[in-house]
Design a binder for this molecule. Structure first.
Ligand SMILES: Cc1cc2nc3c(=O)[nH]c(=O)nc-3n(C[C@H](O)[C@H](O)[C@H](O)COP(=O)(O)OP(=O)(O)OC[C@H]3O[C@@H](n4cnc5c(N)ncnc54)[C@H](O)[C@@H]3O)c2cc1C
Length: 431
């Protein structure tokens, strides 16, 4: 039995392949193809959508992990596709390098992270996939295909967000940057003060992030400024990390969620309390430590990218809509911004993007919240993050994602017989 992290999907794969070499990947694909089946590659199962759910066989590349090649002068590292982002960050840190911008967690595999468009925050920065300068895939017909700036560069914008439908990634080459540290300042502020100065905050801050507890006028902001890695670090004291990650985001929050689920009227007050209890302070840590946190309370998430300037209007509209229906989500909305990228299926394709994410505790039905928020984000020219929950189908995605047709052409070339298909890929990409 396989389940994703958010417990939104489960599957009982007919076969589970765990190849330990490129040849074994090829053999696994060959075996499924020979019996007319289908197979889905899976990473660490952190997608909220059914991107990794198999209808038939499943293939893990966890055994293909670790450093394959390092070009230190060019700051390029090739790692096995099953390498987790955490392992990749450590490998790079040991060599004075780092990934430019990470998301909230680092438990994903590098193959999985890039395959759905994982991003962090920073208007002058880009999603993790945009730093992929090469990748090796085993294609459904058993070929080894190298894609890079020199070999089939036309396929890079597809491979940078490939949804596991182009082939099985066996290694990934990333462009790293010199190691850096982040000075992080966390604060509880008034929501309006953030929205009124939204673009200014993004322009003045290297990595700006906003959490908003609905039904309160409070926002928690995290402003990360890049500083010299060789400078003095001031890490979160162990006890603060313990309070932030284990107590606050785990037991205390879980208790608040349980109370709010049973007594919905208490939710606004509890949200106010949660906003006030959120971590605050200042610390300086290596970038790969400061970017990420542990997420111990399970949730489900919908996330859309909108043109970055549209974020204040979209959030205010969500606020009004929530008040009209008296719905108080007990998890904060998370709001980030990222620079444009070139991945065909990316929500940030060709435009600086503000990402707005709605979360629901995994034991609560997310639909009332997501059904309310999604049309507002769509009306603001929203494009879904394909690793998260959304209701769009292929025809609607074709209208919204400028690279959709080019992606389908790459898929037709590499997997004409749809060995890598599932019910989910048919929903979002068509047959
Ligand atoms: C707690 C939490 C926090 C998160 N934070 C962020 C965040 O800050 N920013 C953000 O953008 N997203 C975030 N996400 C979403 C997450 O980063 C993505 O869903 C990511 O794709 C998960 O990677 P994974 O290794 O778990 O891949 P999976 O979910 O297992 O798979 C994702 C996709 O990758 C494909 N795939 C996996 N391995 C291969 C391979 N070897 N070859 C080809 N295709 C492959 C799968 O077929 C599937 O389509 C978060 C998720 C969780 C649960």
């Amino acid at each position: 039995m396989w389940r994703n992290w958010g417990r939104s999907y489960r599957a009982e794969p007919s076969e589970v392949h765990a190849p330990a070499s490129v040849d074994e990947v090829r053999l696994a694909l060959e075996r499924v193809r020979a019996r007319g089946g289908s197979v889905r590659p899976v990473g660490s199962g952190h997608s909220f959508s059914a991107a990794a759910r198999p209808d038939d066989a499943q293939l893990h590349v966890d055994a293909l992990h670790g450093l394959v090649e390092l070009d230190l002068p060019a700051r390029r590292a090739t790692v096995g596709a099953g390498t987790t982002v955490r392992e990749l960050s450590s490998l790079l840190a040991e060599r004075g390098l780092a990934i430019d911008c990470l998301g909230d967690i680092d438990a994903q595999t590098i193959a999985g992270a890039i395959s759905t468009g994982t991003h962090g925050t920073g208007l002058r920065h880009r999603s993790i996939g945009s730093w992929v300068v090469g990748a090796t895939l085993v294609t459904p017909d058993g070929r080894i295909l190298r894609v890079s700036e020199h070999e089939r560069p036309d396929l890079l914008p597809a491979v940078r967000l490939g949804l596991g439908v182009l082939g099985v990634l066996v290694d990934v080459t990333v462009q790293a940057v010199p190691a850096f540290a982040l000075e992080a300042v966390e604060a509880t502020v008034r929501l309006d003060s953030v929205l009124d100065d939204w673009m200014g905050l993004l322009e003045r801050t290297d990595h700006f992030e906003l959490y908003w507890f609905a039904a309160t006028r409070l926002a928690v902001t995290k402003s990360n400024t890049r500083v010299d890695a060789a400078g003095p670090l001031a890490p979160r004291p162990a006890v603060a990390r313990f309070i932030d990650e284990r107590v606050l985001t785990d037991h205390a929050h879980r208790a608040l969620l349980a109370v709010a689920a049973g007594v919905p009227r208490a939710a606004p007050a509890l949200n106010d309390l949660a906003a006030r209890l959120m971590p605050r302070g200042r610390f300086v840590e290596s970038s790969h430590v400061a970017f990420v946190s542990e997420r111990r309370v399970r949730f489900r998430e919908l996330e859309y990218g909108v043109p970055v300037e549209a974020v204040p209007d979209a959030l205010r509209e969500i606020d009004r809509a929530l008040r009209r229906v008296d719905l108080v989500p007990t998890f904060p909305f998370e709001v980030r911004a990222i620079g444009a990228d070139d991945a065909h299926l990316s929500a940030a394709n060709g435009r600086a993007t503000g990402y707005i994410a709605a979360h629901r505790w995994w034991r609560e039905d997310p639909r009332p919240l997501f059904d309310l928020v999604e049309p507002i984000l769509l009306a603001h020219d929203g494009r879904p993050h394909l690793g998260k929950l959304h209701s769009l189908r292929a025809a609607e995605l074709a209208q919204r994602l400028p690279g959709f047709a080019a992606f389908l052409a790459a898929r037709d070339e590499l997997d004409p017989d749809r060995l890598l298909a599932s019910a989910w890929t048919r929903r979002v990409l068509g047959d």
